[in-house]
Design a protein around this ligand. Structure first.
Ligand code: 13P
Length: 288
């Protein structure tokens, strides 16, 4: 089916108490592995392109490939800009056929984040595109011990209510103790804070920095109101390890075999998250 905005699926997920993963796919092998996982599980998914990759010359062709590939798929697929840098980048993604965008102004002063988000929401909504923004700031796992214990950058629930109201944003990324990349130390989620944010705003909530959380933490976060979970680092590390193992096998050093190993690894790992988040079986399917 044609690419779809994830908005309705996220509203359904919020009602149904499950979450939809966003996977930052990178190339054809990772994308094909992800497609194999969602098709065998009948699950909706968000295929995302990370902000810093948007300048690669092959991105327009890659976006067109995901669009064409989604059309052959019986499950809904969304093409999403992850951590959009500014208005211009969000608009460029939309012009390339992305169905939803994230604008990340979380490092800016709140009022500036709010002003920029509002402008992007106004322009994107006029084209039928949904927008995610981040309030508070989800930091880097390598600096986890420097900010998490002091709850630096954590989302303020009252501010979240004002932010959503004033910007009209569709989904809100929250900082409740996760971080991007590999955690230095053990991640701790502030589930009480999540409950307060959930009570203060009614748009679907997003958890960034999924890699490295325990199954129990994922379940608790989803039960506490998270409807979208972003995962990237774990997919790359798992796949990197698989490639090393494959290369060490007899006759393992063979380009096609390594590409197949990458695809298989993505399929398995994406499948693992779809099962864990309760996404499996949730796609409204079209029969072909
Ligand atoms: P991880 O790479 O830590 O899984 O985070 C992914 C993410 O939040 C992308 O937006």
């Amino acid at each position: 089916m044609p690419l779809v905005s994830i908005k309705n699926e996220l509203l359904r997920a919020r009602q149904g108490g499950y979450a939809i993963p966003l996977f930052d796919t990178y190339d054809m092998n990772s994308t094909e592995g992800m497609f194999a996982a969602i098709e065998e599980r009948r699950a909706p998914v968000i295929a995302a392109i990370y902000s810093t990759w948007m300048d690669f010359p092959w991105i327009p062709a890659y976006a067109a490939y995901i669009r064409a590939r989604a059309e052959k798929s019986p499950v809904p697929v969304t093409l999403y800009l992850d951590h959009g840098a500014d208005f211009e980048q969000c608009m460029r993604a939309i012009s390339l056929g992305f169905t939803d965008v994230m604008y990340d102004g979380s490092k800016l002063p709140v009022e500036e984040n709010m002003k920029n988000t509002k402008e992007i929401v106004r322009a994107a909504h006029a084209m039928g595109i949904s927008v995610e923004a981040e309030l508070g700031h989800v930091g880097q796992g390598s600096e986890y011990q420097d900010f998490a214990a002091q709850r630096k950058g954590f989302t303020d629930p009252e501010l979240a209510a004002r932010f959503v109201e004033e910007t009209g944003v569709d989904f809100l990324a929250v900082a409740i103790g996760t971080a991007h990349g590999v955690y230095r130390g053990k991640p701790q989620l502030d589930l009480d804070l999540l409950a307060q944010i959930r009570a203060a705003v009614d748009v679907p909530l997003v958890l960034h920095g999924g890699s490295g959380l325990s199954e129990e933490q994922f379940r608790a976060a989803i039960k506490g109101g998270i409807s979208k979970v972003n995962v990237a680092t774990d997919l790359y590390r798992t796949t990197g390890r698989r490639l090393v193992e494959t290369a060490q096998k007899e006759d393992g050093i063979n380009y096609q075999g390594l590409m197949k190993a990458a695809m298989d690894s993505f399929q398995e790992r994406c499948g693992y998250y779809l099962d864990l988040f309760g996404t499996t079986g949730k796609a409204p399917c079209q029969e072909f």
